[in-house]
Design a protein around this ligand. Sequence first.
Ligand SMILES: [Zn+2]
Length: 348
Amino acid sequence: MSTRTRFLTHRRAFLIGAAAFAAAGPRLGVRAQTPDFVFPEFPELQPLPEIAERDGGPLVVVATTGIIGDLVSQIGGGRVEVRTILPANADPHSFEPAPQDIAMVDDAAVVFVHGLELDAWAETILENADGDFTVVTVTDGISIADFHSDEDDHDHEEDDHEDDDGHHHGEGDPHVWFDPTRTAQMAANIAAGLTGADPDGADGYAGRLAAYQAELTALDGQIAERIALIPEDRRVIVTNHEALGYFADRYGLTIVGTVIPGMSVEAEPSAQEIAALLEVIERENVTAIFAENTVNPALAEQLAAQAGIQVVATLFTDTLGESGSGADTYIGLMRYDTRVIVKALIAD
Ligand SMILES: [Zn+2]
């Protein structure tokens, strides 16, 4: 389907969705505020070990997404020059590469791709590029879950999601970075890729990998501690698109519904799906719908208004934020989102 056709389909589905809201009528439910909660800030990060400069200049590598680009920078330090294809705040699911993106990989030694259909557009780039590079799929060897929620059944038990081998759609949920223990494997794959292209840097890459993986272990514990501050009966959320499955699974949140069905960011819910979501929001006492920097939150906002709850549209999920946003690194993104989620679920 062309971009334009997809856009028109998207618009039409959106209008149907909006009409369904109008028909459903308002539901109001304002909750008491808990104004004196103070979020325990994350400790300052320590610098990673120095790495020796490379003879002949930095190793030029390409990363498809900003999250991968940051991981490569963390492991490679000044020994590598990382070029990232996906711009800040751009959505990886619907990105379409331009000719300059293809030219970007021509003189790269390594191209790091995510895989799991998140950056399927990378194939166009790799097929059309002239360079002599190796391709590393950073999610290789990571255990992939499938949190896909059946669109006709928003209220199934959360245990249903686990290891249901007979019910896979595509290759499973690509948003593996929302579990820092899985991100540690991405980092290891990146270190192996850098070492393969630049064996003289092996010790330097290994040292930074070990230090960075220790940061990820610390991050994992720090997130768990902060999520534990949310009263148990409030650890229930609705998300805009299905990005938070690994995060919810790791830290004990329950995602009872998703505004945009399936793994796509372009599909829209049917009138029945909207009605079912409104019902589950009320029944499960959901207090917030979480939306992100890359996906239009308009539909989530309508749904939330209808349900009398808030939309928290400030998550960074699939891509990093601009420099200075606080989410311009992977660890920054995870800290930022944890802060947003904990504050929203406690304060509301
Ligand atoms: Zn996504």
